[in-house]
Design a protein around this ligand. Structure first.
Ligand SMILES: [Fe+2]
Length: 309
């Protein structure tokens, strides 16, 4: 499946110093200082690298503060705040603070309950535990490409309802949470679901920039459209297992100053919840995306009005 990466145009070292972290997904970009005013050719090279590697890692970006982090985000498009979780201090960030229930420890693509999920997300480490709290990303294009033709034919025709009030208990593994963590999670979930937001998306979306097909799944899915609960669960399990095969993933061990940029149209991710009561805070800039389009050319549908009735 490394062909998935090799099919993308190569980026010359004169533009950016790019070192793949694993064959199918993830690359480190070295020697680049992020800011809100990158020169156009560097920005173009960075965008091409993201399409090719799906997630990019940059070390040593301690100089970034809230303002420059957001300014860098605006180079990718319009930035947006989370539809239900308030942004801190007048910013547009989604902040995940482990002491306030911000632990994203199940596989998902960001904000897929919206009819137009984010295009790109840019995560900056603010407070890190001494060890633990790694993030893992999976390549949803490679996962689709590796399906046998028989399963592609089924997946191509499936649609799914995503909602922010998905059955969280179903996907979450209990890590022996402390009372403090459990209380934080409860409050976070109450805020997260204060308005119900739902959308119906194709299970296979056509990437708007590359034309590749990607599986659009993750923990916000409530059910597959027009199938029974049991059929829905079984089919989702079959497809999701393909996404999270270890060969299809990259795991990043965070250091202070690290930034991760991912293509939210071609990935899922999972933040490991293995650091107990240690403190971890990350801030995410979210770049607005398109309404997904399925293999048959149909666009996703906003179900929010119906969900709120
Ligand atoms: Fe996330």
């Amino acid at each position: 499946m490394s062909a998935v990466i090799q099919d993308r145009p190569a980026i010359t070292s004169s533009e950016l110093d790019i070192v793949p972290v694993s064959p199918r997904i993830g690359a480190e970009v070295r020697g680049l200082r992020l800011s809100g005013s990158l020169d156009p050719s560097t920005l173009e090279a960075l965008k091409a690298a993201l399409l090719r590697h799906r997630v990019l890692f940059l070390r040593g970006q301690q100089h970034l503060d809230d303002a420059t982090h957001q300014a860098f985000g605006r180079l990718w498009g319009e930035i947006e705040s989370h539809p239900t979780v308030p942004a801190p201090d007048g910013t547009t960030f989604l902040e995940l603070d482990s002491r306030h229930g911000g632990r994203a420890d199940s596989w998902h693509t960001d904000v897929t309950f919206k009819v137009a999920p984010p295009k790109v997300c840019i995560l900056r480490a603010v407070v890190l535990p001494p060890v633990g709290g790694d993030t893992v990303w999976a390549n949803t294009v490679a996962a689709y490409d590796a399906l046998p033709e028989e399963l592609k034919a089924i997946a191509d025709r499936l649609w799914a309802v995503h909602g922010n009030d998905f059955d969280y208990a179903e996907t979450r593994v209990d890590h022996g949470a402390s009372e403090q963590e459990a209380e934080g999670r409860k409050k976070y979930r109450a805020v997260f679901t204060r308005t119900v937001i739902e959308a119906e998306h194709p299970v296979v979306r056509v990437h708007p920039e590359t034309g590749e097909r990607a599986l659009l799944l993750g923990h916000f899915i409530k059910r597959l459209s027009r199938l029974s609960t049991s059929e829905s669960r079984h089919l989702l399990e079959v497809l999701q297992q393909r996404v999270v095969r270890l060969e299809n993933t990259v795991r990043w061990r965070w250091s202070p100053g690290d930034v991760a940029i991912w293509d939210n149209r071609a990935t899922q991710h999972y933040a490991l919840n293995d650091y107990g009561d240690q403190h971890r805070v990350v801030r995410r800039v979210t770049v607005s995306g398109d309404v997904p389009v399925g293999v048959d050319g149909r666009s996703s549908v906003d179900l929010t009005a119906a969900a709120q009735q």
